[in-house]
Design a binder for this molecule. Structure first.
Ligand code: GRF
Length: 220
């Protein structure tokens, strides 16, 4: 059996998606090793979660760097030292410099609370409501220099109900995020999913459209 996939998580806040990854590993659904949790915020609750689980943490304060690029190179240097195979952005609330992330192309994924390509960036729930969308959701995608613009691996969707507001939407979407992210990481950890020059490959076939999280599985 090959060694478990080594994962570094980047997160700025509460860390419920990271907690979902931990829980999936506990349940035996994810054969991975969390080698580091990195944050830009010293008081991010995600750091406590990691420490309680015995996972190393690191914090880099952006204010201590001259600009974004200097910060990002320092951050990825620090992360690289723990030799991860995969970087998972789970609520990492910073835009990453394109040059700094180049070495990690194809080895970094992000979870974003919209059905990409809709609503890149912030306030996704508000924007979906304002547009009168019938459906909203979350996407897991490979990270490229384009903000929330890399190839989308998989999505989970929900129906927007009359009376939904930003809070109810976020609250109903979060449990779906917590299923979607571990399911995608499991595909990568088992070697079934990868990104190459041709695009996303699943079981050695090009993935022509994002997978959908449906009835507890990732379906084409
Ligand atoms: C999630 O909604 C995720 O989609 C977005 O940031 C939020 C992070 O939440 N990128 P948490 O810190 O994982 O609880």
């Amino acid at each position: 059996m090959s060694a478990p996939l080594r994962i570094a998580v980047l997160a700025s806040g509460r860390g419920s998606n990271f907690a979902a990854l931990l829980a999936a590993r506990e349940r035996g659904e994810l054969s991975v090793e969390f080698v580091l949790v990195a944050s830009d915020k010293a008081d991010a609750p995600v750091l406590q979660l990691a420490q309680s689980a015995g996972i190393p943490t690191t914090v880099l304060n952006p204010r201590e760097y001259t600009d974004r690029r200097a910060y990002d190179f320092a951050l990825f240097d620090r992360i690289g030292a723990s030799k991860p195979d995969l970087l998972v952005l789970a609520g990492f609330m910073r835009i990453i410099d394109g040059e700094a992330l180049k070495p990690w192309a194809g080895r970094m994924i992000n979870i974003h609370p919209s059905l990409l390509p809709k609503y890149r960036g912030l306030h996704t729930h508000r924007r979906a409501l304002k547009a009168g969308d019938l459906e909203h959701g979350a996407s897991v995608h490979y990270v490229t220099a384009e903000l929330d613009g890399g190839p989308v691996i998989a999505q989970a969707a929900l129906t927007i109900e009359a009376g939904d507001d930003e809070n109810t939407l976020a609250t109903r979407l979060l449990p779906l995020e917590h299923q979607l992210l571990p399911a995608v990481v499991a595909l990568i950890a088992t070697g079934r999913l990868a990104l190459d020059d041709e695009g996303i490959q699943l079981d050695n076939e090009p993935l022509r459209k994002p997978l959908r999280w449906q009835k507890g599985i990732l379906a084409p």
